[in-house]
Design a protein around this ligand. Structure first.
Ligand code: ASC
Length: 150
């Protein structure tokens, strides 16, 4: 490799690492709060649509439930980066920062549960969708009980 190429490759690596952290950066706490609340709103909307099917107030349609579950899975990876240091506020309890390991564990549990819900949704088996929906809902509720202000 020519020297210029090595330098370019190194610069690209540094940029990639830099971009990795910039991805999780917000201009200020208000922006982070707005972002995480927006993501939660989208999750609530699409999770809720599956909930209507599970509760029987909406008809079961495999494609719709699959799409909603896919959106929930995708969105489930996003809120956590917006709970960084110095972003206290909104409906977030201080325990998110004082007991961050517990918060992270709850976030991981939710992501696993909604991935399971997505697997069930893609399978098209309403009974397993109902079970997985209930389990996912428990992870939402558990985390909110501990970390979200009423
Ligand atoms: C939601 C939402 C929650 C959970 C919870 C499940 O859509 O906003 O907090 O589901 O109600 O028990």
């Amino acid at each position: 490799m020519k020297l210029e190429k090595i330098i370019l490759a190194s610069a690209a690596t540094v940029l990639a690492i830099g971009a990795g952290s910039a991805f999780a950066q917000f201009q200020n706490a208000e922006k982070a709060i707005e972002y995480r609340q927006s993501v939660m709103t989208i999750i609530n909307t699409h999770f809720g649509r599956i909930g209507s099917v599970v509760k029987g107030t909406a008809p079961y349609n495999k494609d719709d439930v699959s799409k909603n579950a896919e959106i929930v899975v995708m969105m489930s990876t996003l809120p956590w980066q917006a709970f960084g240091p110095g972003t206290e506020g909104g409906k977030a309890k201080p325990e998110i920062w004082s007991d961050n390991a517990k918060f992270k564990a709850a976030a991981d549990k939710m992501q696993v549960a909604v991935a399971n819900l997505n697997t069930a949704a893609q399978s098209g088996d309403l009974e397993s969708i109902k079970k997985a929906f209930g389990a996912a809902g428990q992870t939402c509720k558990g985390c909110h009980d501990d970390f979200k202000k009423k």
